[in-house]
Design a protein around this ligand. Sequence first.
Ligand code: GLN
Length: 541
Amino acid sequence: MKIMETRYIFITGGVASSLGKGIISASLGKLLQARGYDITIQKFDPYINIDPGTLNPYEHGECYVTADGQETDLDLGHYERFTGIETTRDNSVTTGKIYLSVIEKERKGEYLGKTIQVVPHITDEIKRRILLNATKRHFDFVITEIGGTIGDIESQPFLEAIRQLRWELGPERALNVHLTYVPFLAAAGELKTKPTQTSVKQLQGLGIQPEVLVLRTEHELSDEIKGKVAHFCNVDMKAVIQSQDLPSIYEVPVNMLRQGLDDIILRKMGVEPGPPPELGPWRDFLERRKQATEELRIALVGKYDLQDAYKSILESLAHAGTYHDRKVKTTFVNSEHITRENVAEQLQGMAGVVICPGFGQRGIEGKIIAAEYTRTHGIPTFGICLGMQMMVVEFARNVLGYADANSSEMEPDTPHNVIDMMEEQKSITQMGGTMRLGAYGCEVRKGSRAWKAYGEKELIRERHRHRYEFNNAYLSQFEDKGMNCVGINPQTGLVEIVEIPSHPWYVGTQFHPEYSSTVLHPHPLFMDFVKACCSKRRDSK
Ligand code: GLN
């Protein structure tokens, strides 16, 4: 918009993992976007998997999916929730993707007999990918987050690629922001800067001088400490920013703005910063969030007892909660431990229940029991992907009377396969990247709950990640007994949304609405679900 030549900002991390590079990248993106710049944020992960689609959520948290169908790291979810800008498959790169394309080129003979090496061939491919987004359309800023921690063996080619790019593009077009950790030693009563100094030295040893340091800390950093870091790391004092723990990740952009992170970066990149952005609607959201103290308890029924496994669902509930002036308190209920005997106790006091996505047999009977309980007790229930499929199986077993109904994922020879493998999936043998992925259209039946929730829109687009689908051979039986198939893919007839109109709120979606809820645009189905949970709460008080 205002900048002729794209600027590249690299975010690296040192000292420890899990410091929140993704949140810093998303916050910086938010601030630059709020200043009117065209931005994109991409993640480069040093692991060898082509994408995290085949990774167990225990290893890597939730697998996020872009609208164009790439399975990605969950940080892309943060980028979208903060900026509202959709990411694409080019925004998620791994060592695996890099090597795959280099090896494919080698097999085609494109290297003309050269010996293929990490430098220059792998580093060249990394550089090409870093620059790729801006070759397709203009961006003022491309923010690239490098996964992992400085010192990891597998990060080395990425850092070498950054060093080269900074040299080739010049200091105004390429800049490094390094995120580190300043631990507090309780026994000494002191904050320690040595790990930061060591980490910056490591980076300098690789030929990269960070221009900006963001220091994660649990305690306020004094000017003296910041001065010490600046002095030992060759960084301007103003460019030493602290990122202390805050009650919500959504406060980070405001905290970064207060300390002028965006201002410093713009100046260093030769761009006149102008007045700081106001972040009006964003601040309104934060204020509303602070005021929303009344708790709304929602259960997440799933098998992964790990917060990050359902990251986008948690965030979507929090967004919708804020807009209903409620503080959503989610309780994880492990579906493996749900039985007929304990379900009432496990779900006691819940204003609503989300039946979570997932794969495989483990924990599904618990999901089915939970679905039956909430269906028969009028508790608002939102089934997502596998959650929707289990709602369907439960209905088939207990209402249609097919006691052996199941998904063919769980029981390939089930006589009543109300959820069955999609036809195009039957010939697929490779696991990676072969599900039905990304955004597809869905026609929503006029007058249905979903239609009302979507603001009476008849055609929506939502993101997917599945191999199994509702078996349309049973469609009329479901409708006759009161479970309506109100969302249908217009091309294939695939059932995308089921609901029970006679229930206060019982909706299942084959798609994943959680991938597209953002701070400023909470997802309509989560909004409607939370609204129903609020009235359920009032009823039961
Ligand atoms: N396992 C189911 C399928 O493949 C559901 C997938 C999911 O919940 N993302 O269809």
